[in-house]
Design a protein around this ligand. Structure first.
Ligand code: FEO
Length: 400
């Protein structure tokens, strides 16, 4: 039997570590798995906060039963209806038929659509509270972080914010649940990768949410994925603030798409130029082989991005084109962009990258480089110049 873990007084973690799913949303690699954090609070009434993904029900319900023992479950707070958190609601109702569902107006049609549930619902408004005896819960909507119905629940008694996707990260728990039980490098990297892939598009709404929640007295943040924060609460809010304001570190991502190595040589030359320009933090990615979420994570982290692609059937090489589409979707700002293309029997790549640059509206760094067949020495010098100009644009990196 799987056992729940006490995380704060009579609040328990009943989440699941998923090492079976290889792609989150069938898109993003999970080399270290992913955790669906869910919780139970034992007040005079019993409250579950969020659930887990469908296939994880057995593991989850073991833990819920372990905490509740002979007690029934009185409420389930549905902070978010995406099925990684709401996947087992109808099964939970079957196990605890008296349970009532707490959600906001936008939760209700989804609860009906996904689980055919339209009764036993407690609809809450923004800022409304519920006294469960021993704990007072307050509910705040945070639309588009990451769906329209998303909300957070604050246990005002223990000063714990159950933040759902907000402040969440990839990676299953390996022993410790808390920030002070892991290295910051471990949780921050996976948290930024989650932000870049899942939340970044809605950065403006993250800012709105942070402002709304700023007045709350919070000592702990328990998200629905990844690390639970009780030590670095201030730092983690600061990170979210920076990422959602598009603040970046000194560094450049160079991503390329190359079939036979010629565009790769151009990318190498751009990297050389960046280094010669005094920036040590250069990250070279092959769009055909490297995990897109890592490329997106580093683009969200750093101030410069250079994209170099060959032409494929008169268009941009498909893996790099896919990366461009992902970037347009996430609307990054306050970064510098350099582009270069290559071609043989037909042009196409550089035109497509120009169209991308127009769409993404990042500040441009030249020169644009376009190479026929294999780069000449003069072509490579242009690529080095692009790298140097990028380094100059993003400014000198602080000494470490
Ligand atoms: Fe982790 Fe938007 O679900």
């Amino acid at each position: 039997m799987h056992k729940a873990i006490p995380v704060c007084g009579d609040t328990w973690w009943v989440g699941v570590n998923d090492h079976e799913t290889d792609l989150f949303e069938s898109l993003w690699a999970l080399p270290q798995g992913v955790a669906y954090n869910a919780y139970v609070i034992l007040g005079e009434a019993t409250v579950a906060i969020d659930t887990v993904k469908g296939p994880c029900f057995d593991d989850y319900i073991d833990k819920v039963e372990h905490v509740l023992g002979d007690r029934s479950l009185d409420y389930l707070v549905v902070n978010h209806m995406e099925p990684d958190h709401a996947g087992v609601i109808h099964q939970l109702k079957r196990r605890y038929p008296g349970v009532r569902f707490i959600g906001n107006a936008k939760t209700l049609p989804m609860l009906k659509g996904y689980h055919d549930i339209d009764a036993d619902i407690v609809q809450v408004k923004d800022g409304e509270t519920l006294d469960i005896g021993g704990h007072v819960l307050a509910f705040y909507t945070i639309p588009m972080v990451h769906w329209p119905e998303s909300m957070v629940t604050c246990d005002t008694t223990t000063k714990t914010l159950f933040s759902n996707d907000a402040f969440g990260g990839y990676g299953a728990h390996e022993g410790g649940l808390f920030d002070n039980e892991k290295t910051r490098e471990r949780w921050e990297g996976e948290m930024l990768r989650y932000y870049a892939t899942i939340v970044a598009r809605y950065s403006g709404m993250v800012q709105t949410a942070l402002k709304k929640l700023a007045g709350l007295e919070i000592e702990r943040i328990f998200p629905a994925h990844g690390t639970l924060f009780q030590h670095d609460v201030h730092q983690v809010v600061e990170l979210y603030d920076r990422w959602s304001r598009h603040e970046t570190e000194c560094g450049v991502v160079v991503a390329y798409g190359s079939m036979y190595g010629n565009t790769r040589r151009m990318a190498d030359a751009v990297c050389r130029g960046i280094c010669e320009g005094g920036v040590k933090n250069v990250h070279l990615y092959d769009s055909s082989r490297d995990e897109p979420s890592l490329i997106l994570r580093d683009i969200w982290r750093y101030r410069g991005v250079a994209l170099l692609g060959c032409t494929y059937n008169t268009l941009l090489f498909p893996p790099l084109d896919a990366l461009c589409t992902k970037l347009i979707n996430r609307m990054p700002k306050k970064r510098y962009l350099g582009i270069a293309g290559s071609y043989s029997w037909s042009k196409g790549a550089l035109d497509a990258l120009r169209a991308f640059a127009e769409a993404v509206k990042l500040e441009r760094v030249g020169p644009e480089v376009e190479v026929y067949a294999s780069p000449t020495d003069a072509d490579l010098e242009q690529c080095v110049l692009l790298g140097k100009n990028m380094a100059a644009a993003i400014g000198a990196c602080p000494a470490r």
